[in-house]
Ligand binder design. Structure first.
Ligand code: QV4
Ligand code: CA
Length: 500
């Protein structure tokens, strides 16, 4: 009996960490990779808030090692020097002001928390906050951490360890990054203090970097010591932070995603891999009719999903052949499917352009980040891609908000790569990834009327700059997506962006 109660209590707690606590009517977060805090605050007010985005994953906010020997690569931010809030993205005061301004605009902030490790061993040893370290001594005075706070004896994770040896995956060094021992009270305290400071400043949750490399039992203790979200930032009282743990589990490893779902949400890497394959033509779209757990994906409520992330868009982490902004047409198709489908908690990637997979974000010769410029057509410049400002993508964020918690109904397919479905009576979408045109009279489930296809254009007064769809009294409409159309999908919904 007691055990049952304990289990129920643990489940209830885990459930608490799986709610992103978006403002009402919002559903989607975007990773603003390597953006500065001041720019994010402005983006919340001028774009993300008004367009209905739910939240932002930010780059790690705590001090990292400056790595000039690799010309300040993006990955230097995954080598912590301390928990002081000073990075190339900004200082503590700028961070606090960003969180306040974004929450006021209805947009939540989620922090990428690097708590598995500190830095590797380097010749350079100064951090973005001015702290130094003695790597040979495992000495990080900025925290402070010393030898006893790390796992001993020192060992390195070998590729073969992933198949056999959970204790090596958890207690050895990932890429030579000095591995903290979260089993010690002092280390937990430092981590919890860091995370609670962020919660008190108004953040809504965390991505737990390298969660696979930490013991679930230690993580549970850390999560349970976190404060409730700050009600002065508009969160309901008693709200637990949203936590999504980075566990790359494509099957066949000694550590499984299922060890982490009892604690909180988990990144579902199979999601982007399978959709990338399908939208590149490696699998027929009709098979997506049962998209979800039947594809061996996590339960929907456990799952943070995305097409690409900052690792696999450049060949780091696991899983090849991931669609990115570089294959714009199929990428937009996969993103539209993700946002139109009710499965999972979706996250968009917003990138800087790159050729070299190590290259850092746009910066000047002193290493200062260069802000994105905003063009008159809403796109970005100065080297920033801003996928979240592509019409086909932000319009689908609005589609998802309108679809709300409806299910899929009236699935249609042509037995190949033309598919269509409704979201209750709220929205309708069709895809054509075949080499011939789609011209069908389909059930849209929408009230009779005229709708603007938010993919090929947008509403302008009472007309549409793209395709107009006329829905009859029976809910049916002629749907056309040519094989050579600029985009492979058509989407209409009951929101103001689409109803004419
Ligand atoms: C090098 C050698 C090592 C050697 C070491 C000695 O490669 O063999 O032991 O020197 O010091 C960078 C360099 C890497 C270097 C390392 C240590 O690329 O060559 O080791 O620094 O100084 C990012 C990058 C890594 C980068 C790391 C730290 O992807 O290349 O390493 O940041 O700067 C697995 C994990 C998963 C992980 C994924 C990449 O299960 O958790 O690999 N994903 C997350 C993040 C990711 C980040 C980390 C984890 C580490 O998403 O961006 O790695 O925080 O799948
Ligand atoms: Ca570890």
């Amino acid at each position: 009996m007691f055990r049952v109660i304990l289990l129920l209590a643990a489940t209830a707690l885990a459930h608490g960490y799986k709610n992103p606590h978006y403002a009402p009517g919002r559903t989607t977060m975007v990773h603003l990779f390597e953006w500065k805090w001041d720019d994010i605050a402005a983006e919340c007010e001028r774009w993300l808030g008004p367009r209905g985005f739910g939240g932002i994953q930010i780059s790690p906010p705590n001090e990292n090692l400056i790595i000039w020997s690799h010309n300040r690569p993006w990955w230097e931010r995954y080598q912590p020097m301390s928990y002081q809030l000073t990075t190339r993205s900004g200082n503590e005061q700028q961070f606090a002001s960003m969180v306040r301004r974004c929450n006021d605009a209805g947009v939540r902030i989620y922090v990428d928390a690097i708590i598995n490790h500190m830095t590797g061993t380097w010749n350079e040893n100064v951090g973005t906050g001015g702290n130094t370290a003695n790597f040979g001594q495992f000495n990080y005075p900025g925290v402070p951490f010393g030898r006893n706070d790390f796992n001993w004896p020192e060992c390195y994770i070998e590729p073969s360890d992933y198949g056999c040896c959970p204790e090596r995956v958890r207690n050895c060094q990932l890429s030579g990054l000095k591995d903290l021992n979260q089993g010690t009270e002092y280390v937990r305290q430092m981590i919890v203090t860091f995370m609670n400071r962020l919660i008190d400043m108004g953040v809504a949750g965390f991505r737990i970097d390298a969660a696979k490399h930490m013991w679930p039992g230690d993580l549970r203790i850390i999560y349970d010591r976190l404060h409730n979200l700050n009600t002065a930032h508009g969160f309901p009282s008693g709200a637990r932070p949203y936590i999504y743990q980075e566990v790359i589990d494509l099957g066949g490893e000694a550590v499984s995603r299922d060890e982490y779902t009892p604690l909180a949400a988990v990144t579902e890497f199979k999601f982007g891999m399978e959709l990338s394959r399908a939208f590149q033509g490696g699998n027929q779209l009709r098979w997506l009719a049962n998209w979800g757990p039947q594809w061996n994906l996590l339960a929907s409520a456990d799952s943070l999903v995305f097409i690409d992330n900052h690792d696999n868009q450049r060949g780091h982490g696991a899983g090849g052949n991931i669609l990115t902004y570089k294959q714009a047409r199929p990428y937009k198709g996969a993103i539209a499917f993700m946002l139109a489908h009710p499965y999972g908690e979706p996250q968009l990637m917003s990138s800087f352009g790159f050729q070299n997979t190590e290259a850092g974000p746009p910066m000047d010769s002193s290493g200062n980040l260069i802000s994105p410029s905003i063009n008159s057509d809403n796109t970005c410049g100065n080297g920033w891609i801003c996928e979240h400002r592509w019409r086909q993508i932000y319009q689908m964020v609005a589609f998802r908000n309108v679809a709300g918690n409806t299910n899929i109904n009236d699935w249609w397919d042509n037995g190949s790569n033309q598919i269509a479905f409704c979201r209750g009576g709220q929205g309708f979408i069709a895809f054509n990834n075949d080499s011939w045109d789609l011209n069908q009279n389909l059930q849209t489930c929408l009230p009779a009327g005229r709708y603007c296809d938010v993919i090929s254009g947008s509403k302008s007064g009472n007309s549409c700059t793209g395709k107009t769809v006329t829905v009859g009294n029976d809910g049916r409409a002629l749907i056309s997506v040519g094989a050579n159309d600029y985009d492979m999908m058509l989407a209409i919904h009951r929101g103001p962006e689409s109803s004419l």
